[in-house]
Write a new protein. Structure first.
Length: 110
């Protein structure tokens, strides 16, 4: 089985968690920050997304194996399959999951 494959149950968990996290972030940011995120472009938008990703990973304690989404990634890493290349593209890797949360957040900002 593909290392990056998610079962339907895992996929549902990831989707629900991403929406939960995005809603939590949306609730916590100021109206000025919302306006900025809606209009930012170029390097400002890139830097905002980097900051949001870091905030999400730290606030959600994504680097701990106890987090339900991170636990899926940890389990995938305990298999005999190896990451191909230099970048871990597993959807539950904390970097990738925070990216999904950011995408959900931007969808909520529209």
């Amino acid at each position: 089985m593909d290392r990056d494959y998610l079962t339907p149950e895992q996929s549902e968990l990831v989707t629900v968690e991403a929406k939960r996290v995005a809603a939590k972030v949306l609730k916590e940011i100021s109206e000025d920050d919302r306006k900025f995120l809606k209009t930012a472009t170029g390097i400002e938008l890139t830097m905002a997304k980097i900051s949001l990703g870091r905030f999400i990973r730290n606030d959600e304690k994504m680097w701990l194996s106890e987090h339900p989404v991170t636990a899926i990634w940890v389990k995938a890493n305990s298999s005999d399959q190896r990451v191909e290349g230099d970048i871990d593209c597993h959807p539950c890797h904390p970097d990738n999951f925070s990216g999904l949360c950011i995408a959900e957040l931007f969808g909520m900002l529209k």
